[in-house]
Design a protein around this ligand. Structure first.
Ligand SMILES: *C/C=C(C)/C=C/C=C(C)/C=C/C1=C(C)CCCC1(C)C
Length: 247
């Protein structure tokens, strides 16, 4: 029964589509980042490894989320947040690795990780423990947004931005600027998706534009943009800073 459900993708449900294409895209991106490690100088290999881990961890979770959704038509909240709890801190580590030559300390990395964990724990409570009320989703959504704003602030005006300004590498400067745009535009898709849940402004109890499962549409598209996009920015920096590179 389970298998039968998995094998039938609902052609009329874009959520189903994005789970399958999301899985494939993450999988392919991981192979790319791992293979390309051979093209870059030694000091960039760790950054590319982390890029590949981010999309690789996501690929494994998409494999399970895709089946879970196909079988139940329900939102895989726990799998989603386990994925994010692993991959978002890895994105913070990417910031740190890029800015370490410019003087970034471990404390810089831990502050970003802490802020992102606050963002995710609050988001999880908002979704997993929802009573369907707007009060609950707004409260935890706002707490989560505090963590988000910290990362956003660091990338645009705070510590990450200042370290990037003091970097000797124009590729790193440009790269951190690109990542800042991902955090501003790409990451903003998530809170918009969050608003489609029961008790949210865009969902059935609000303006009624989206079905409850459409939250996955937002999250799947945002994950593909952000996880693969982050990795490609790091890849571009690594390639342009590597002497023997051919790409
Ligand atoms: C690879 C996964 C990434 C980059 C996930 C990012 C997730 C967010 C930026 C989530 C943010 C949220 C808010 C700012 C408020 C509402 C709750 C969240 C967790 C959806």
């Amino acid at each position: 029964m389970y298998l039968l459900n998995v094998l039938s993708i609902d052609a009329k449900d874009p959520v189903s589509f994005t789970f399958f294409t999301g899985y494939m895209a993450m999988f392919a991106a991981s192979i790319f980042f791992f293979m390309e490690r051979g093209q870059v100088d030694g000091k960039w290999k760790l950054s590319l490894l982390v890029s590949g881990l981010i999309t690789g961890i996501a690929a494994v979770h998409y494999y399970y989320m895709r089946d879970f959704y196909a079988a139940t038509k329900e939102t895989p909240v726990a799998l989603r947040y386990i994925d994010w709890t692993l991959t978002v801190p890895l994105m913070c580590i990417e910031f740190y690795l890029l800015l370490r030559p410019a003087g970034a300390k471990a404390g810089f990395m831990w502050k970003l990780i802490l802020a992102s964990v606050l963002m995710l724990v609050a988001g999880y409570i908002g979704e997993a423990y929802t009573d369907g009320s707007m009060g609950h989703s707004v409260l935890w959504g706002v707490i989560s947004t505090i963590g988000y704003i910290y990362v956003l602030h660091s990338a645009w005006l705070g510590e990450a931005k200042k370290l990037a300004d003091s970097s000797a590498s124009s590729a790193v400067k440009k790269g951190i600027n690109a990542l800042a745009w991902f955090v501003l535009v790409g990451w903003a898709i998530y809170p918009i998706g969050y608003m489609t849940m029961p008790g949210g402004w865009l969902g059935a109890d609000g303006i009624g534009l989206f079905r409850p499962q459409d939250i996955n549409l937002f999250y799947n598209i945002a994950d593909a943009i952000n996880k693969i996009g982050f990795g490609l920015v790091v890849y571009n920096i690594a390639i342009s800073e590597s002497k023997g590179a051919t790409a």
